[in-house]
Write a protein that binds this ligand. Structure first.
Ligand SMILES: Cc1cc2nc3c(=O)[nH]c(=O)nc-3n(C[C@H](O)[C@H](O)[C@H](O)COP(=O)(O)O)c2cc1C
Length: 348
């Protein structure tokens, strides 16, 4: 074990504070992961990545790039500046494996592995994140991959094609700045049609994916989706987006309402994404389902497994279920050394 003190995201402080207080990179020894790995057909040193969330800016990315991760996702950005929701942004909840049928989950006095995430996808202004992405790409090793997550921001009176153009604009800017891969967050409410999330609406998802593809040429492109256990709906989604994308990242979270210790609903009774340990088994089931469908329909698509990973055996479970690579969020925030530990576990 090293003697470094590993700084981590401070959940008692807000997004802006954490944005300003990114740790300096540390030098530690990181073991190789045996095997040949790819991310959307690009050769890569390991299948280990960090999903959109913990990496608020380039400094956070460089910090984790030295800690055993080869695929680094820049936290979701927008075409306009957007503030973060107020604290609490991360509320620990009871830690058991969720099925997605839960209406409510109770808070937990301690962090046991799962939490409700409530940031509202804040974003710096485009000129800030575009420069920062350029700086980040210039400072990462050439065999590490920078993925940038983008989301559209609906303005009053917008149609779906306006929203699609907004996604496409952000994606094009990210590619111009040096992104190796684009991820679009489709597990966000479709506020244009007011009825659920983009990944649950095949026609909308298809239209947005097509606009993004047109804007980014041949740059690798992944869509990030939420929980979808239904086989027919999953097949429908794949058919709608397959012509435009190279892969899917799943599962963003499982949505539920959060009950505080006095039994009151938090966040004005709105759902929040539950992330961490408790979504792992539902997410691995989903990876298995999508992987079977991809094979059945002969789509040329890869899966990025996300949700509840904090050990080498979790990584293996995702890879066995059909993921090409994996990404972590919660575990890297709780334990910055997790990448090094997982690599050690993958070498045995
Ligand atoms: C602090 C935090 C912020 C997040 N922000 C985003 C985001 O901006 N965009 C996104 O697509 N997902 C976001 N997520 C979801 C993660 O990318 C990931 O899908 C989820 O946390 C499940 O992985 P985990 O169980 O390893 O945490 C966030 C998660 C966390 C914990």
């Amino acid at each position: 074990m090293s003697n470094h003190i590993f700084q981590r995201y401070d959940i008692r402080k807000d997004y802006s504070w954490n944005y300003q207080h990114a740790p300096d990179p540390v030098d530690c020894s990181v073991s190789e992961v045996p095997g040949r790995w790819q991310f959307l057909e690009k050769p890569i040193a390991s299948p280990l990545g960090i999903s959109a969330g913990p990496l608020l800016n380039g400094k956070w990315i460089l910090y984790y790039s030295k800690l055993g991760f080869d695929i680094l996702t820049y936290k979701t950005v927008r075409s306009i500046e957007r503030e973060c929701y107020r604290l609490p942004n991360l509320t620990p909840v009871r830690n058991n494996q969720l099925t997605g049928d839960e209406q409510e989950v109770p808070v937990s006095p301690e962090m046991k592995g799962s939490w409700a995430v409530s940031f509202g996808m804040p974003s710096q202004a485009p000129d800030v994140w575009r420069k920062d992405i350029e700086w980040t790409r210039n400072n990462l090793r050439s065999d590490q991959l920078l993925s940038v997550s983008v989301v559209g921001t609906v303005q009053p009176g917008w149609s779906l094609s306006d929203l699609a153009e907004d996604y496409a604009r952000c994606a094009a800017w990210a590619v111009e700045s040096g992104a190796d891969c684009i991820e679009t967050n489709f597990s966000c409410p479709n506020v244009v049609t007011q009825d659920g999330q983009l990944y649950q609406q095949c026609e909308s998802a298809s239209l947005v994916a097509q606009a993004v593809r047109q804007a980014i040429g041949t740059t690798p492109y992944v869509i990030k989706i939420g929980h979808q256990p239904d086989r027919a709906a999953s097949a429908e989604l794949l058919k709608s987006v397959a012509p435009f994308i190279n892969g899917l990242a799943m599962t963003n979270s499982i949505a539920a309402r959060v009950k505080d210790s006095s039994g009151q609903l938090m966040f004005d009774g709105q759902q929040r994404g539950i992330c961490g340990d408790g979504i792992r088994s539902a997410s691995i089931d989903q990876v298995r389902l999508f992987s079977q469908l991809i094979e059945e329909y002969k789509f040329n698509l890869k899966i990025v497994g996300v949700g509840g990973i904090h050990s080498a055996s979790h990584v293996k479970e995702y890879l066995n279920a059909g993921a090409e690579s994996v990404q972590l969020a919660t575990a890297v925030m709780l334990n910055p050394e997790i990448g090094i530990q997982i690599r050690n576990g993958l070498t045995v």
